[in-house]
Design a protein around this ligand. Structure first.
Ligand code: ATR
Length: 272
């Protein structure tokens, strides 16, 4: 049986084994998927041991996505743009590093939530790894504009510069600079929810009909979602759909079959 796993530290909480086991059952793929705890100083050794034992691929989570990037022999364009790898595929011609996070959120927003990005004004909050991984897929979706705003403004400006090679140039700014503007899609890629906070944003950012999307998720609404509701966002979503969709993209890369995500998302939602 082909072996896969998610590697991280900590890892016991990961929902990936459940998600991929459901995908495998649904698509009739014979595979096993486990959770692999790597010591903080032994990512490469743990990966090599898994591969030597017949492992075919890995999902990679905190804190190893940069080490996974360095470990890969080849990268997909979206992994290169993200500068981080969440999916490794072991093949006869070496280790391929991919990043499915950005594709996952785009698919959740456009397909699951039925909210188009093309032609819309998009605001991305944050300038860390989570934000970075989303920029190329967002630009590929051809929004009317992409604004990257961060608590530390200079980091957003640097990130916008870095992604200014194509026809649509993102704008980078601080939160206060957003005053007086409004957006159709607002994505929270900050880690503020981890400290039970929402980014400190000016009022009036949400255009009529707009979507507020938090990459984080939890049992109920996240602090960002609560703030967005108060600020008049028409639609709210958390990142559970992104989690399932990035897993589906990894599954597709490994197995060449795209699983249906709706039943898996429903089961995870019910279990929260
Ligand atoms: P990740 O990999 O999850 O993106 P990260 O690279 O550490 O994590 O980045 C965290 C992001 O969340 C940063 O954009 C950070 O803003 P700063 O660059 O100003 O530090 C943002 N962030 C964290 N806590 C925040 C808060 N309470 N309000 C607003 N932004 C916050």
């Amino acid at each position: 049986m082909d072996r896969y796993a998610v590697i991280g530290n900590p890892i016991a909480h990961s929902k990936s084994p459940r998600i991929h086991t459901l995908f495998a059952a649904q698509t009739g793929q014979a595979l096993s998927y486990e959770a692999l705890l790597a010591p903080l100083d032994a990512f490469v050794a743990t990966v090599e041991a898994f591969r030597a034992a017949g492992g075919r691929g890995l999902n990679v989570t905190v804190p190893f996505k940069l080490e996974a990037f360095d470990f890969a022999d080849r990268h997909t364009p979206r992994a290169l743009a993200a500068g981080a790898v969440n999916t490794l595929a072991f093949g006869p011609d070496g280790v391929l590093g991919d990043n499915t996070d950005g594709a996952g959120i785009l698919r959740d927003i456009t397909v699951n939530l039925g909210c188009p990005v093309a032609g819309r004004r998009v605001l991305l909050l944050g300038a860390g790894g989570a934000a970075r991984g989303t920029i190329l897929p967002l630009l590929d979706a051809q929004p009317a504009s992409l604004t990257i705003a961060n608590r530390t403004a200079v980091k957003a400006a640097e990130l916008a510069d870095e992604f200014s090679t194509g026809p649509l140039r993102p704008l980078g700014c601080g939160f206060a600079d957003l005053a007086g503007q409004d957006f159709d899609v607002v994505i929270n890629a900050t880690s503020a929810s981890l400290s039970d906070a929402a980014p400190d944003l000016p009022a009036g950012l949400y255009a009529p009909g707009s979507l507020a999307y938090d990459m984080m998720y939890g049992k109920g609404d996240t602090p960002f979602m609560r703030a967005a509701r108060e600020q008049g966002a028409a639609r709210l979503a958390d990142g559970l759909g992104m989690l399932v969709e990035q897993a589906a993209e990894s599954f597709l890369l490994w197995r060449d079959v795209r699983p249906a995500t709706a039943p898996v998302l429903a089961e995870l939602r019910a279990a929260l």
